[in-house]
Every structure is written in C-alpha cells, then in structure tokens.
Design a protein around this ligand. Structure first.
Ligand code: HEM
Length: 535
C-alpha cells in the first residue's frame, strides 16, 4: 500500500492544530529521507559552486522539470467535479429493462458514483472560458459492471460526420500555424467547403456558442448509440443532459465584459457553487428508435450533424445526476482523467455511426500518449469495483491486476492452475448482420441545410440578431470567395438567414477579394488594429 495521502476521494485531513514537528509530519523526499534543510543547496563554501551529489535538490528539480504532461490536443481547458447518478428504473413510463439490461439503470433510486469534466475545445489549458466554442460534457460512471464514459458536448450536433475530417476541422479552428492566432478566415475557408457543418455553425455563432457557465448548459452524447436488452435485441438511442438550473447563454458583449475581468469564471462558478452546497443537477434523457435504416426519415439516424426531432422521438427521463464534491487535486483528477467513447458497459453498445467509431479509436490512443500506458491504473480512471486482467508491466505500472485468491504466477488465460477465468455472459449477445461493399462514400441522406434552417427559425429574435451579428463579424475579414460560398449556404438553409448575413456584410464593404486567405488575414488584422485604436 502506498502510504501517502491518496489524491482522490475524501480524507487527507491531518490535524493542522498540532505542529508538524509534534505530529511527526515533517518534510521528506520521495525516498522517505527526512529533509532538514529545504532552503540551501549543498555548496563548497557559502558562495558555491554546488556539488553534483545534491540528491534532494536533484530529485526536487528533476521532478519539477517533468510537472507538465501534454495537454489534451482538444478540450485542454476544463473543470471537473464528483457526484452521483440516480436511476429512475424506467424509460419514460415503461420499465427500462425492455430496452437495456445495463445494471446502473435498472432499479429506481440506484446510485452510481460519477466524475464529470466540462471543457472548452480549441485553446490551451488556461485560455479564457468566455470564448465561442462548443463545451465538452464528459461523464464517467463508476458502475458495478465497470466504467461507462458518456463523452458529450453542450450542443446536440457536430460539425462533421466522417472521422477522417476531424484533424482538418480542428486545424482550421486552432491558431494559424504561422501567426499563432485563431483566424476566422481559416475557419470559414474550411467551413465554406464543408456544408454538413451548417447546423453546428448556426448553433455556435448564436448565443448557444457561449454558455454562461457550466452549470447552466445542456449536455448531449451527440453520436447515436445502442441499448441492448437480455434477449440481445437492440434499439438506437441518443443521450441528453438537461440542467435543472435552467439554460443561460451569453451575448458576445456580455462575454467580452466578463472576460475583461475574469477569464476563469466558469471554473470559479462550478467550484464555488459546490463549495457552498448549491449542488448542480442534470436529468438524463434518452430518445430511442428501432435499430434500422428508417427510410421514412429525411436524414440518417446515424448522422451526428442531425437532431432527432423531439416531437417524433420524445426526450424520456431515465435518471438524474448531482455534482456534490470538488476535486482535491486538480492535476490528479481533472487533468489526468481519461474519457473515451469505447468505454461502455454491458447493455450499452456502439451504433454503426462512423464518427463514433473514429472517436473510439482516438481517445485511448491519445491517452496512452498524454497520460501513459498505465493510465487506467490511476485512481480517477480505475473502476471502483474490481479489475482482473493479465496485462502487466509498462511505464509506471503501479499495481498488479491479479485479484486475491487467484494464482499470481498465472498471467495468461486459459489455464488449469488457478488463473483468472472468463466471466459468464449477462444476456444474449447482440449480433447484427453486417454486409456490404467496401467503399469510400458519404451517407445517402446528407440533407445538410434543412435542420440548420429549422434551427435558425427556432431561435428567439435576440438570438437570431446575435447570430447574424456574430457571423458578420467573423466573415468580414474573409475573401470574397469564402463569403460568397457561406452566403450560398446560409440562403439554402433559410432565405432570410442568407439575406440578413449578406445585408450585414454589404454594410461593411467588400471582402479582401484576393481569394488568398493569408492576404485576407493580414487585411483583417489591419482592420482590427484600426478598430482597436479607434476605441
Ligand atoms: C476530447 C478526438 C469528436 C467530445 C477529445 C480528445 C481527442 C478527441 C483526441 C482528447 C482526449 C484526451 O486527451 O483525453 C475526437 C475525434 C472526434 C471527436 C477524433 C471525431 C472523429 C467529438 C464529439 C464530441 C466530443 C462529436 C461530443 C459529442 C469530446 C470531449 C472531450 C474530447 C467532451 C474532452 C474529454 C475530457 O474532458 O477529458 N476528443 N473527438 N468529441 N472530445 Fe472528442
């Protein structure tokens, strides 16, 4: 057993009234050697030079030199909290067992511990929390059957539907590789050639692109998953978190005002609310439909750029989540936590959604790089219940996954000598028949504009006004070719939408016209510089 104070969980409360000397809690190094002088390196005479056998100094400084691990390549800025999920035992009015055998949902009142990490996507670990960006909403359920991660966003749809495009999407939104500044010219150069992004863009440039903080936003799994019952029958599902606090989004100028004073407002809000006992809550709802192609729909139910219309597929509550405990250590918990879409429990399954499958490879791959081979042995990532594998060794191996009572010499399977045996299946396997020609093709009901137009029309007037103003600001520096393509897209979504963005742009004068993004970027920065001086 490690004799330090665990960095997760409760505890760690030493009696601060006794002096460290009295309670024997004085400084040591990581070898347990008492440190009597933490102020002076060992030197030849008081003026130096220092000597190389300064073990305490070398240990301290070399550890410091390694304090940073790679940031998440996306979603680097985040905040997290512990809590509890409580099941309703039903899906709407029906027993949930009809649709899924996942144990965490079965009984009314059943509690499962959770850890949640909220995030923004594009910029680094200490970037302002007021930026226009999707927000991540990732939940780790520590269930009796092992962990389940629901890795979602605050918006219900995504920019793209093919995982091959993800690195390009992210590059376009990340800072320019030359100037190191995010540039709407690059963003809209990419988006104007990616019409499936119009629905997400319509959300993102509206006030929904800047939630007031993490407590007042929704969450959504976005991708389509499956639920499987004991018979092995499956349905398609989408997940949604609804905040009991309500939903609040910011106008651009409200966000600017907050950012002028506080660039950590969302992290601060979450921490302080929990610290003050105002525990935020969300209800988990699902939408479901039969597991097939659904020719009657004008979109593909596996398409993550689409919403399932709630009139047709109602949001059915299945449980609620309360966040009631702050992390004890940001790095150990919030930074090192590793979520992934592959992390499902029995009764939950993947759909054929190709974006989901691309994601599922990407998460654990990046985490082996970002945190390390044995990232699943860290307390925040390890299941609470039990682990029994024959995986061994690797950098920073901390424990052996061999349960007590099994033969520790046997790290292979099968064996007749007391090694770990396979578990019994909990129900019939879901085994859909999959056949078809191997191709590179997009889905056959892309319908890129319809829901984007519906989204525009569903907004309140102030939301539409903000959307148009934010888009005009973002498109102003863009070259004519990018503006023209975007105006065509907006008009296809909704005639008024296109007309209003065009009117806003016309009022600002012609685009750069060179068709060359970097030239436009230069012009744009000149315009912004002039604006700044004018203010
Ligand atoms: C984080 C990849 C789409 C939500 C990440 C990370 C990667 C990644 C590599 C960093 C993970 C880490 O370092 O631990 C991808 C790929 C996608 C995709 C390849 C598409 C092909 C999405 C979508 C959503 C989403 C559609 C929302 C439904 C998140 C969230 C995080 C994240 C919430 C942060 C998790 C945390 O708080 O640690 N993604 N992503 N991603 N992604 Fe995705």
């Amino acid at each position: 057993e490690h004799n330090g104070t665990a960095v997760t969980g409760a505890g760690g409360s030493s009696d601060h009234r006794l002096s460290a000397q009295e309670s024997g809690q004085t400084l040591t190094d990581r070898q347990g050697h008492p440190i009597a002088d933490n102020q002076n390196v060992r030197t030849v005479g008081s003026r130096g030079p220092t000597t190389l056998e300064n073990y305490h100094f070398l240990e301290k400084i070399t550890h410091f030199d390694r304090e940073r691990i790679p940031e998440r390549v996306v979603h680097a800025r985040g905040a997290g909290a512990h809590g509890v999920f409580e099941a309703y035992g039903k899906v709407g009015d029906e027993p949930i067992a009809k649709l899924t055998r996942a144990k965490l949902f079965q009984e009314q009142g059943k509690q499962t511990p959770v850890f949640v990490r909220f995030s923004s996507v594009i910029h680094g670990g200490h970037s302002p929390e007021t930026l226009r960006d999707p927000r991540g909403f990732a939940v780790k359920f520590y269930t009796e059957d092992g962990n389940w991660d629901l890795v979602g966003n605050n918006l219900k749809v995504f920019f793209i539907r093919d995982p091959l495009k993800f690195p390009d999407l992210v590059h376009a939104f990340k800072p320019d590789p030359v100037t190191n500044r995010q540039d709407t010219v690059r963003i809209f150069d990419f988006i104007s050639n990616t019409p499936e992004a119009l629905h997400m863009i319509t959300f993102l440039f509206s006030p929904w692109g800047i939630p007031s903080n993490y407590r007042y936003m929704q969450g959504s799994g976005v991708n389509t998953y499956k639920w499987v019952n004991t018979e092995g029958d499956a349905v398609l599902v989408k997940y949604h978190w609804e905040p009991k606090q309500g939903i609040k989004n910011l106008k651009q100028e409200e966000a600017d005002a907050i950012q002028g004073k506080n660039f950590n407002h969302a992290t601060q809000d979450l921490y302080e609310a929990i610290d003050n006992g105002q525990y935020p809550e969300w209800e988990l709802c699902v939408q479901w439909m039969a597991d097939d192609y659904h020719p009657e729909l004008d979109f593909d139910p596996l398409d993550p750029t689409k919403l399932w219309p709630p009139e047709q597929f109602p949001f059915l509550p299945v449980g609620k989540m309360v966040l009631n405990r702050n992390p004890q250590n940001y790095f150990a918990e919030v930074e090192q936590v590793a979520f992934g879409t592959g992390v499902l429990v029995d009764g939950l399954d993947f759909s054929d959604d190709k974006l989901l499958q691309g994601r599922t490879f990407s998460y654990s791959d990046t985490q082996r790089h970002r945190v390390g081979t044995n990232y699943l042995q860290l307390p925040i990532n390890a299941p609470k219940k039990r682990v029994a594998t024959n995986q061994r060794d690797g950098q920073m191996a901390y424990a052996v996954d061999s349960p007590p009572g099994r033969n520790p010499h046997v790290n292979y399977e099968p064996s007749s000598l007391g090694g770990i045996e396979e578990a019994r299946t909990a129900g019939k396997e879901h085994s859909p028949l999959i056949e078809g020609q191997l191709v590179r093709e997009k889905i056959d009901r892309p319908n890129d504009y319809q829901q984007a137009g519906e989204r525009y029309r569903s907004f309140e007037k102030w939301e539409q006004d903000e959307l148009i103003a934010n888009l005009v600001d973002a498109l102003e520096p863009c070259p004519e070719i990018v503006r023209r393509k975007m105006l065509e897209h907006f008009t296809q979504c909704d005639e008024e939408y296109g007309r209003k963005v065009k009117a806003g742009l016309d009022a600002r004068g012609p685009g750069d016209g060179s068709g060359e993004p970097m030239g436009a970027a230069k012009a744009a920065s000149a315009v912004r510089e002039a604006d700044r001086k004018g203010h």
